[in-house]
Ligand binder design. Structure first.
Ligand code: SIN
Length: 314
């Protein structure tokens, strides 16, 4: 029997654990439709703000040898655009897997107001609250402020009763893993998504002695191969600290089936692909599917549950 890649989250069974990372190939309806028709097991919308945003000036996304640097600044078509898409999809394809819907307000009130609208709508998918965008000038990444994160989640869960996950920035210290996990364990979260890009890196074009993205004097979020060890560490740190009811989505540095296997071994339930999806397009999901099956066949695994989270220590 060939290996099965099926994965369960919140009672829904997904054909495989692959998704796009929010921000990549999910700004417009045609891109979302391409994801829907691709081999991805699920997909997520671009993080939305209440109104349409143009985002930061270009150039704002550059592929570099081992990954990418971006300072997009949350360009998006506005909350209602994605909600319309979600509701129409539910109507047209009532049996399809749930849609992930990402929001990233510019303030706590904006987040609360979008969540209230989702709560009061017919939306029956999974919401992701992005607490970690590093690219809006003057707006620090929310999830680096532990008290504020706790306050936001406290306010959210007074009224939000639908499945909710949070997108986290990378953490780099055991003390921070511990503090954040303790906060997150206090709420009925569906999942945490580790990690957003490593914020505020700098990539330099030595010929021109220049930065490569325009916003923030060249500072931007780093993705791709550069970030895989940090992503794996965050997946593992939260998988081993969170209540088992809070799942972990692994994002960062996935290029091939072995990378996916590593994320799953660290405990990820689903995995998201950003930089490499941007480079390769949606055909990447078919390649990852056959590469992950190959890794599992070589190791004699028939299902992901046989090895998920079972990373050995020395
Ligand atoms: C962006 O639009 O700047 C990227 C989104 C994110 O990193 O959360």
């Amino acid at each position: 029997m060939p290996a099965s890649l099926s994965t369960e989250l919140l009672g829904s069974v997904f054909e495989n654990p692959f998704m796009n990372a929010s921000g990549v190939h999910c700004m417009y309806v045609n891109e979302l439709d391409e994801l829907s028709e691709s081999k991805a097991g699920a997909f997520i919308t671009k993080s939305s703000t209440p109104s349409e945003r143009a985002g930061n000036p270009e150039p704002r996304y550059i592929s570099v040898p081992l990954g990418s640097i971006n300072s997009m600044g949350l360009p998006n078509q506005g909350f209602e655009y994605y909600l319309d898409y979600a509701l129409q999809r539910q109507k047209k394809h009532p049996d399809s897997e749930p849609l992930f819907f990402s929001i990233a307000g510019m303030s706590i009130d904006e987040n609360l107001s979008m969540l209230e609208k989702l709560q009061n709508s017919e939306f029956n998918g999974i919401t992701e609250l992005n607490l970690s965008c590093p690219n809006v000038p003057g707006k620090p990444q929310l999830a680096y402020d532990f008290e504020l994160t706790k306050e936001i989640l406290t306010r959210v869960f007074t009224f939000f009763k639908k499945p909710l996950g949070v997108k986290l920035p990378p953490y780099f210290d055991f003390a921070h893993f511990d503090i954040m996990a303790e906060i997150l364990n206090g709420f009925p979260l569906a999942y945490v998504n580790c990690i957003n890009s490593i914020g505020n890196g700098l990539f330099i074009d030595i010929d021109n002695e220049s930065v490569v993205v325009k916003p923030k004097n060249g500072f931007g979020g780093i993705g791709g191969e550069y970030v895989k060890p940090t992503a794996l560490a965050n997946v593992r740190a939260f998988y081993t600290r969170l209540n088992p009811s809070i799942k972990v989505i692994g994002t960062g540095g996935i290029k091939n089936g072995k990378d996916v296997f590593e994320h799953l071994l660290c405990g990820a339930t689903m995995v998201q692909i950003g930089t490499e999806l941007q480079k390769e397009g949606v055909s990447i999901f078919e390649r990852l599917e056959s590469e992950l099956k190959q890794v599992m066949n070589n190791k004699g695994y028939k299902t992901i549950d046989e090895f998920r989270g079972k990373l050995n220590s020395l």
